[in-house]
Design a binder for this molecule. Structure first.
Ligand code: XMP
Length: 435
């Protein structure tokens, strides 16, 4: 293995991620593990050069202070505690102190001087280590991957192609709710350029038939999720000898799903709900990366910028932006107007500057005039927001001439649309999506 590692043991701290990121910023790889890791488990981790005992306010569980095992205290690997109350049964473990500035220096001193780590955490080393680990895990076995074209699944695909080539089978399900050009790009990048084993499933009619007449947003989401699993499962059953399932799980998914002391923020199921008789071992090579690191990894693997720096896109796709019961003509109008919006944002230099922007179409029509005659057509609504964590959001102050250009293009180029509106509502009270 090419990378040294500092192990963070979670003793009820709320700062695990902050410390992990501080150490990675020093150029050294870190992982967060539960406090009760055994010596045997620790020895299986590659190149652990130092251990941080990370205590905090959740240290008391059921009235008792949790602690690491004695065998870890005596394993001989250099150790430091993040707050002085964390030394547990072993007061000889030095402490980092509480002041953030002193902590940064003390962390660097611990990592480089005490543990002798090298600054060798970088994407090239990460990729070559992961390739080695993937090959060790799967041997000559076959891996299946649901490739949506989103950042995480695309980066996993690129990494697995590098590690095992044709022993990976990617399945791309086109449910008809993707943005303009996306299914084509997935085929071009993965099948044509990376020579992947890619099964493209055109399930557009199937999804749209199932969704016909369904108004309720929650029902729409459920149908899309369940149908996706059904299609994927059908494809999996057609293949022989698949033992592994690749997944684009990333570190925040694992952290948010809860450690032993922190409460779960939300449960993450990447391919939740696959039936029990499809038994796969998971391959999750990005599970220790933060989102920005996943993007760097994708870049280093040669994926195009518009795939790696994509804005967030909901799983149910354009299905939740074609409000109410989805119809093909309105869905097409959402897709076309969204493509125009993205094109104009890119020419205005706003790509990558605004967090999320898209169009949606409500299920209503208004009266207008077109070619000297009365028209009765849909409005397109523009949403353009900034946020840090998607829990709250503010509106991007778009220049008027840009809004004007976008409006003119949409009302002339998109069939069935006679008005364009800009939604100025922050979150709260509005959510980012309308459904
Ligand atoms: P809301 O509408 O709740 O959206 O303010 C917050 C962020 O989450 C995205 N979103 C989803 N992402 N699956 C996803 O992966 C979903 O079902 C989903 N619904 C909303 C939304 O686009 C926004 O970035």
């Amino acid at each position: 293995m090419k990378q040294d590692m500092i192990l963070i043991l979670d003793l009820g701290s709320e700062q695990n991620v902050i410390i992990a990121r501080e150490i990675r910023a020093l150029g050294v790889y870190t992982e967060i593990h539960p406090h009760d890791i055994t010596l045997e488990e620790l020895k299986k981790l590659p190149s652990v050069k130092g251990i941080i005992l990370n205590g905090g306010k959740n240290r008391i569980v059921d009235g008792v202070a949790i602690d690491v095992r004695d065998e870890i205290y005596s394993c001989g690997i250099p150790m430091i505690a993040v707050d002085h109350k964390t030394n547990g049964r072993c007061p000889s473990v030095p402490s980092l102190g509480d002041c953030p500035h002193c902590r940064a220096n003390a962390l660097a001193e611990f990592v480089f001087e005490k543990c002798g780590c090298e600054k060798n955490w970088n994407m090239d080393n990460f990729i070559s280590d992961q390739i080695e680990l993937i090959r060790k895990q799967v041997g000559n076995g076959k891996v299946l991957l649901a490739l949506s074209g989103g950042v995480d699944s695309s980066v996993v695909a690129a990494l697995l192609i590098k590690a095992i080539g044709k022993n990976l089978t990617c399945v791309h399900v086109n449910h008809g709710l993707l943005r303009k050009g996306e299914p084509e790009q997935v085929v071009k990048v993965f099948r044509d350029e990376m020579d992947a084993n890619l099964i493209y499933v055109d399930a557009v009619d199937r999804f749209l038939d199932k969704l016909a007449g369904v108004n309720d947003p929650e029902k729409k989401r459920k149908i899309i999720g369940a149908e996706f699993i059904r299609v994927f499962e059908e494809e999996a059953r057609k293949l022989d000898g698949i033992a592994f399932l690749g997944q684009g799980t990333i570190y925040p998914d694992i952290i948010e799903s809860g450690t032993k002391t922190a409460k779960a923020v939300k449960a993450h199921h990447n391919v939740g709900g696959l039936p029990d008789d499809l038994k796969f071992e998971l391959v999750e090579p990005l599970k220790m990366l933060f989102k920005d690191e996943v993007r760097k990894c994708g870049k280093a693997l040669g994926l195009p910028d518009n795939m790696v720096y994509r804005q967030p896109f909901p799983g149910p796709g354009l299905g939740v932006r074609c409000l109410g019961a989805i119809t093909r003509d309105r869905l097409e109008a959402v897709r076309e107007s969204d493509a125009i919006l993205r094109e104009e944002f890119a020419s205005a230099g706003l790509e990558g500057k605004v967090w999320q922007y898209f169009t949606l179409i409500p299920d209503l029509k208004s009266v207008g005039v077109r070619d000297n005659a009365r028209s009765f057509e849909w409005p397109v609504i523009i949403r353009s927001v900034n946020t840090v964590d998607a829990m709250t959001a503010t509106i991007e102050h778009l220049p008027y001439d840009l809004l004007d250009r976008i409006t003119r293009r949409i009302i002339t180029e998109v069939k069935g649309v006679n008005r364009v509106l800009y939604d100025l509502t922050p979150k709260p009270t509005g959510t980012i999506e309308w459904e």
